[in-house]
Design a protein around this ligand. Structure first.
Ligand code: SF4
Length: 318
Protein backbone atom coordinates (compact mmCIF):
# COMPACT_ATOMS: atom_id res chain seq x y z
CA UNK A 1 0.00 0.00 0.00
CA UNK A 2 1.48 3.27 -1.15
CA UNK A 3 1.41 6.24 1.21
CA UNK A 4 0.24 9.58 -0.17
CA UNK A 5 0.42 11.61 3.04
CA UNK A 6 2.60 11.06 6.07
CA UNK A 7 1.99 13.20 9.14
CA UNK A 8 4.92 12.96 11.53
CA UNK A 9 4.82 14.07 15.18
CA UNK A 10 2.69 17.09 14.28
CA UNK A 11 2.09 19.69 16.99
CA UNK A 12 -0.08 22.73 16.27
CA UNK A 13 -0.65 25.27 19.01
CA UNK A 14 -2.83 28.39 19.14
CA UNK A 15 -1.07 31.21 21.02
CA UNK A 16 -3.71 32.93 23.15
CA UNK A 17 -3.21 35.46 25.98
CA UNK A 18 -4.19 32.71 28.45
CA UNK A 19 -1.51 30.34 27.09
CA UNK A 20 -0.84 27.98 24.18
CA UNK A 21 -3.82 25.79 23.22
CA UNK A 22 -2.30 22.44 22.22
CA UNK A 23 -4.90 21.62 19.56
CA UNK A 24 -2.84 18.92 17.85
CA UNK A 25 -0.19 17.47 20.10
CA UNK A 26 2.05 14.80 18.62
CA UNK A 27 0.04 13.17 15.84
CA UNK A 28 1.49 10.50 13.52
CA UNK A 29 -0.83 9.39 10.73
CA UNK A 30 -0.62 8.12 7.14
CA UNK A 31 -3.08 8.41 4.27
CA UNK A 32 -2.87 5.54 1.76
CA UNK A 33 -3.33 6.23 -1.96
CA UNK A 34 -6.98 5.75 -2.95
CA UNK A 35 -8.38 5.29 0.56
CA UNK A 36 -11.03 7.19 2.46
CA UNK A 37 -9.63 7.93 5.89
CA UNK A 38 -12.20 9.13 8.40
CA UNK A 39 -11.12 11.28 11.33
CA UNK A 40 -13.63 11.46 14.17
CA UNK A 41 -13.86 12.98 17.62
CA UNK A 42 -15.87 15.50 19.63
CA UNK A 43 -15.55 19.25 19.05
CA UNK A 44 -12.18 20.35 20.37
CA UNK A 45 -10.46 17.05 19.56
CA UNK A 46 -8.13 18.75 17.05
CA UNK A 47 -9.48 17.14 13.87
CA UNK A 48 -10.23 20.41 12.03
CA UNK A 49 -6.84 21.85 12.96
CA UNK A 50 -5.30 18.70 11.47
CA UNK A 51 -7.26 19.37 8.24
CA UNK A 52 -5.99 22.95 8.11
CA UNK A 53 -2.40 21.74 8.57
CA UNK A 54 -2.73 19.23 5.71
CA UNK A 55 -4.17 21.88 3.38
CA UNK A 56 -1.63 24.55 4.38
CA UNK A 57 -4.37 26.84 5.66
CA UNK A 58 -3.21 27.38 9.24
CA UNK A 59 -3.21 31.07 10.11
CA UNK A 60 -2.09 32.94 13.27
CA UNK A 61 -2.63 32.52 16.16
CA UNK A 62 -2.07 28.89 15.01
CA UNK A 63 1.58 27.88 14.86
CA UNK A 64 3.28 24.63 13.97
CA UNK A 65 5.38 23.84 17.04
CA UNK A 66 6.96 20.78 15.41
CA UNK A 67 6.45 17.98 12.91
CA UNK A 68 6.05 17.35 9.21
CA UNK A 69 3.20 16.90 6.75
CA UNK A 70 4.71 14.96 3.86
CA UNK A 71 2.65 14.91 0.66
CA UNK A 72 4.25 12.66 -1.96
CA UNK A 73 7.42 13.09 0.11
CA UNK A 74 7.34 16.94 0.09
CA UNK A 75 6.95 18.65 3.47
CA UNK A 76 3.98 21.01 3.01
CA UNK A 77 4.94 22.88 6.18
CA UNK A 78 8.17 24.05 4.54
CA UNK A 79 6.55 25.49 1.38
CA UNK A 80 5.96 29.19 0.72
CA UNK A 81 2.39 30.48 0.37
CA UNK A 82 2.84 30.67 -3.42
CA UNK A 83 4.03 27.05 -3.58
CA UNK A 84 1.12 25.96 -1.38
CA UNK A 85 -1.37 27.84 -3.55
CA UNK A 86 -0.17 25.87 -6.59
CA UNK A 87 -0.70 22.56 -4.78
CA UNK A 88 -4.06 23.54 -3.28
CA UNK A 89 -6.76 23.17 -5.88
CA UNK A 90 -4.55 21.17 -8.26
CA UNK A 91 -3.19 18.30 -6.16
CA UNK A 92 -5.17 18.83 -2.93
CA UNK A 93 -8.85 19.78 -3.05
CA UNK A 94 -10.89 20.97 -0.08
CA UNK A 95 -14.55 20.80 0.86
CA UNK A 96 -15.71 22.61 3.96
CA UNK A 97 -18.86 22.60 6.07
CA UNK A 98 -20.56 25.81 5.02
CA UNK A 99 -20.49 26.57 1.29
CA UNK A 100 -21.79 30.09 1.98
CA UNK A 101 -18.44 30.97 3.54
CA UNK A 102 -16.57 30.01 0.38
CA UNK A 103 -18.93 31.13 -2.39
CA UNK A 104 -18.97 34.83 -3.22
CA UNK A 105 -22.61 36.04 -3.38
CA UNK A 106 -21.67 38.66 -6.01
CA UNK A 107 -20.55 36.23 -8.73
CA UNK A 108 -22.27 33.40 -10.56
CA UNK A 109 -21.27 29.91 -9.47
CA UNK A 110 -20.09 29.18 -13.03
CA UNK A 111 -17.70 32.14 -12.88
CA UNK A 112 -16.35 31.02 -9.49
CA UNK A 113 -15.71 27.46 -10.67
CA UNK A 114 -14.15 28.86 -13.87
CA UNK A 115 -11.74 30.82 -11.65
CA UNK A 116 -10.29 27.52 -10.41
CA UNK A 117 -9.34 26.58 -14.00
CA UNK A 118 -8.09 30.10 -14.71
CA UNK A 119 -5.84 30.19 -11.65
CA UNK A 120 -4.15 26.89 -12.58
CA UNK A 121 -4.20 27.00 -16.39
CA UNK A 122 -4.43 30.71 -17.26
CA UNK A 123 -7.28 32.88 -18.55
CA UNK A 124 -9.64 34.03 -19.77
CA UNK A 125 -12.31 32.40 -17.58
CA UNK A 126 -14.84 32.35 -20.45
CA UNK A 127 -12.93 29.66 -22.33
CA UNK A 128 -13.66 27.19 -19.51
CA UNK A 129 -17.45 27.40 -19.79
CA UNK A 130 -17.77 23.90 -21.28
CA UNK A 131 -15.41 22.47 -18.66
CA UNK A 132 -17.54 23.99 -15.90
CA UNK A 133 -20.73 22.57 -17.45
CA UNK A 134 -19.09 19.14 -17.69
CA UNK A 135 -18.01 19.40 -14.05
CA UNK A 136 -21.51 20.35 -12.94
CA UNK A 137 -22.84 17.31 -14.81
CA UNK A 138 -20.28 15.07 -13.10
CA UNK A 139 -21.42 16.21 -9.64
CA UNK A 140 -25.05 15.82 -10.74
CA UNK A 141 -26.14 19.45 -10.75
CA UNK A 142 -29.37 19.41 -12.72
CA UNK A 143 -29.65 21.62 -15.82
CA UNK A 144 -25.97 22.64 -15.73
CA UNK A 145 -26.14 24.91 -18.81
CA UNK A 146 -28.57 27.12 -16.92
CA UNK A 147 -27.05 26.66 -13.48
CA UNK A 148 -23.66 28.10 -14.45
CA UNK A 149 -25.38 31.50 -14.57
CA UNK A 150 -26.99 31.13 -11.15
CA UNK A 151 -25.85 33.06 -8.08
CA UNK A 152 -25.28 31.18 -4.81
CA UNK A 153 -28.50 32.52 -3.27
CA UNK A 154 -30.45 30.85 -6.10
CA UNK A 155 -29.31 27.42 -4.92
CA UNK A 156 -30.21 25.05 -2.09
CA UNK A 157 -27.60 24.09 0.53
CA UNK A 158 -27.07 20.69 -1.12
CA UNK A 159 -26.64 22.27 -4.56
CA UNK A 160 -24.10 24.78 -3.22
CA UNK A 161 -22.17 21.93 -1.61
CA UNK A 162 -22.08 20.23 -5.04
CA UNK A 163 -20.63 23.45 -6.49
CA UNK A 164 -17.91 23.37 -3.82
CA UNK A 165 -17.26 19.71 -4.60
CA UNK A 166 -16.93 20.57 -8.30
CA UNK A 167 -14.31 23.20 -7.37
CA UNK A 168 -12.46 20.64 -5.26
CA UNK A 169 -12.32 18.04 -8.05
CA UNK A 170 -11.85 20.44 -11.02
CA UNK A 171 -8.16 19.62 -11.43
CA UNK A 172 -8.50 15.94 -10.45
CA UNK A 173 -6.54 16.22 -7.19
CA UNK A 174 -4.75 13.27 -5.61
CA UNK A 175 -6.21 14.17 -2.20
CA UNK A 176 -9.47 15.74 -1.06
CA UNK A 177 -9.82 17.00 2.49
CA UNK A 178 -13.48 17.24 3.49
CA UNK A 179 -14.16 18.87 6.87
CA UNK A 180 -17.73 18.18 8.08
CA UNK A 181 -18.96 18.44 4.46
CA UNK A 182 -22.47 17.23 5.21
CA UNK A 183 -23.23 18.46 8.71
CA UNK A 184 -25.23 21.49 7.49
CA UNK A 185 -27.40 19.32 5.20
CA UNK A 186 -30.56 17.31 5.83
CA UNK A 187 -30.31 13.54 6.00
CA UNK A 188 -31.45 12.82 2.41
CA UNK A 189 -29.05 15.33 0.85
CA UNK A 190 -26.33 14.08 3.21
CA UNK A 191 -26.74 10.55 1.82
CA UNK A 192 -26.54 11.87 -1.78
CA UNK A 193 -23.33 13.78 -1.04
CA UNK A 194 -21.78 10.70 0.62
CA UNK A 195 -22.67 8.64 -2.46
CA UNK A 196 -21.16 11.32 -4.72
CA UNK A 197 -17.91 11.43 -2.74
CA UNK A 198 -17.69 7.65 -2.94
CA UNK A 199 -18.16 7.80 -6.73
CA UNK A 200 -15.46 10.47 -7.01
CA UNK A 201 -13.03 8.29 -5.06
CA UNK A 202 -13.83 5.29 -7.27
CA UNK A 203 -13.70 7.22 -10.55
CA UNK A 204 -10.67 9.39 -9.90
CA UNK A 205 -8.77 7.07 -7.51
CA UNK A 206 -8.51 10.08 -5.21
CA UNK A 207 -7.66 9.72 -1.52
CA UNK A 208 -10.08 11.40 0.82
CA UNK A 209 -9.70 12.61 4.39
CA UNK A 210 -13.23 12.85 5.78
CA UNK A 211 -13.50 14.74 9.05
CA UNK A 212 -16.63 14.52 11.15
CA UNK A 213 -17.98 14.33 14.68
CA UNK A 214 -20.44 11.71 13.37
CA UNK A 215 -19.01 8.20 13.56
CA UNK A 216 -22.16 6.84 11.88
CA UNK A 217 -21.23 8.68 8.68
CA UNK A 218 -17.76 7.17 8.68
CA UNK A 219 -19.29 3.70 8.97
CA UNK A 220 -20.84 4.38 5.56
CA UNK A 221 -17.88 5.87 3.74
CA UNK A 222 -14.47 5.33 5.38
CA UNK A 223 -12.02 2.46 4.78
CA UNK A 224 -10.13 3.34 7.95
CA UNK A 225 -10.93 5.57 10.90
CA UNK A 226 -8.68 7.60 13.18
CA UNK A 227 -10.20 8.63 16.51
CA UNK A 228 -8.88 11.82 18.11
CA UNK A 229 -9.25 12.97 21.68
CA UNK A 230 -7.92 16.24 23.12
CA UNK A 231 -5.30 16.75 20.41
CA UNK A 232 -4.10 13.16 20.26
CA UNK A 233 -4.88 10.03 18.30
CA UNK A 234 -6.26 7.30 20.52
CA UNK A 235 -7.18 4.59 17.99
CA UNK A 236 -6.62 3.98 14.27
CA UNK A 237 -7.79 0.95 12.30
CA UNK A 238 -10.04 -0.41 9.60
CA UNK A 239 -13.59 0.90 9.99
CA UNK A 240 -15.06 -2.60 10.20
CA UNK A 241 -12.72 -3.69 12.97
CA UNK A 242 -13.01 -0.51 14.99
CA UNK A 243 -16.80 -0.54 14.81
CA UNK A 244 -17.09 -4.28 15.48
CA UNK A 245 -14.64 -4.31 18.37
CA UNK A 246 -13.50 -0.88 19.57
CA UNK A 247 -10.42 -1.19 21.78
CA UNK A 248 -9.97 2.28 23.28
CA UNK A 249 -12.46 3.29 26.01
CA UNK A 250 -13.08 6.61 24.22
CA UNK A 251 -13.95 4.84 20.96
CA UNK A 252 -16.26 2.54 22.93
CA UNK A 253 -17.93 5.58 24.51
CA UNK A 254 -18.38 7.28 21.11
CA UNK A 255 -19.95 4.15 19.64
CA UNK A 256 -22.22 3.50 22.59
CA UNK A 257 -23.47 7.11 22.57
CA UNK A 258 -24.23 6.60 18.87
CA UNK A 259 -26.18 3.40 19.57
CA UNK A 260 -28.15 5.10 22.33
CA UNK A 261 -28.88 7.96 19.97
CA UNK A 262 -30.28 5.53 17.41
CA UNK A 263 -32.65 4.21 20.06
CA UNK A 264 -33.64 7.84 20.67
CA UNK A 265 -32.32 7.69 24.20
CA UNK A 266 -30.06 10.66 23.77
CA UNK A 267 -26.95 10.45 25.85
CA UNK A 268 -23.47 11.82 25.65
CA UNK A 269 -20.13 10.85 27.03
CA UNK A 270 -19.91 11.99 30.65
CA UNK A 271 -17.70 15.05 31.25
CA UNK A 272 -16.17 17.23 28.58
CA UNK A 273 -12.97 17.62 26.60
CA UNK A 274 -10.31 19.00 28.96
CA UNK A 275 -8.57 22.36 28.66
CA UNK A 276 -5.93 22.10 25.98
CA UNK A 277 -3.92 24.89 27.60
CA UNK A 278 -3.29 22.71 30.66
CA UNK A 279 -4.32 19.21 29.58
CA UNK A 280 -4.46 16.50 32.25
CA UNK A 281 -1.26 14.62 33.03
CA UNK A 282 -1.03 11.00 31.94
CA UNK A 283 -3.77 9.76 29.63
CA UNK A 284 -5.86 12.78 28.63
CA UNK A 285 -9.03 10.69 28.78
CA UNK A 286 -8.50 9.59 32.39
CA UNK A 287 -10.89 12.10 34.06
CA UNK A 288 -13.74 10.62 31.96
CA UNK A 289 -12.60 7.03 31.67
CA UNK A 290 -14.65 4.43 33.57
CA UNK A 291 -11.70 1.99 33.43
CA UNK A 292 -8.94 4.35 34.61
CA UNK A 293 -6.09 2.78 36.60
CA UNK A 294 -4.04 4.68 39.19
CA UNK A 295 -1.17 5.03 36.72
CA UNK A 296 -3.44 6.58 34.06
CA UNK A 297 -3.25 9.99 35.75
CA UNK A 298 0.55 9.82 35.96
CA UNK A 299 1.83 8.19 32.77
CA UNK A 300 0.92 8.75 29.16
CA UNK A 301 0.18 5.55 27.21
CA UNK A 302 2.05 5.18 23.90
CA UNK A 303 0.30 4.33 20.66
CA UNK A 304 1.00 0.66 20.10
CA UNK A 305 0.25 -1.67 17.21
CA UNK A 306 -2.21 -4.42 18.14
CA UNK A 307 -2.59 -6.68 15.12
CA UNK A 308 -2.74 -3.83 12.61
CA UNK A 309 -4.78 -1.56 14.90
CA UNK A 310 -3.02 1.33 16.65
CA UNK A 311 -4.29 2.13 20.14
CA UNK A 312 -3.09 4.20 23.12
CA UNK A 313 -4.43 2.65 26.33
CA UNK A 314 -2.76 0.75 29.17
CA UNK A 315 -5.53 -1.82 29.04
CA UNK A 316 -4.70 -2.82 25.46
CA UNK A 317 -1.83 -4.97 24.29
CA UNK A 318 -0.10 -5.03 27.66
FE1 SF4 B 1 -8.69 4.80 30.36
FE2 SF4 B 1 -6.25 4.48 31.36
FE3 SF4 B 1 -6.83 3.53 28.96
FE4 SF4 B 1 -6.63 6.15 29.36
S1 SF4 B 1 -4.98 4.63 29.55
S2 SF4 B 1 -8.20 5.13 28.21
S3 SF4 B 1 -7.49 6.35 31.40
S4 SF4 B 1 -7.70 2.87 30.92
Amino acid sequence: MERLVRIVDLRVYYDLPQGAVKAVDGVDLDVIKGEILGIAGESGSGKSTLALAVTGLLRPPARVASGKVLFNGVDLLKLSNDELRKIRGSKIGMIFQDPNTYLNPLYTVGFQVGEVFESHRGGPIGKYLNDVIALFKSVRIADPERRVNAYPHHMSGGMKQRVLISMAVAEKPELIVADEPTSALDVTVQAEIIELLNEIREGMKTSLIFITHDLALLMEIADRVAIMYAGKLVEVGSTNEVVREPLHPYTKALLSSLRYERKRRLTSIKGSIPSLINPPNGCRFHPRCPYALPKCSQLEPNLIDVGGRVVSCFLVGG
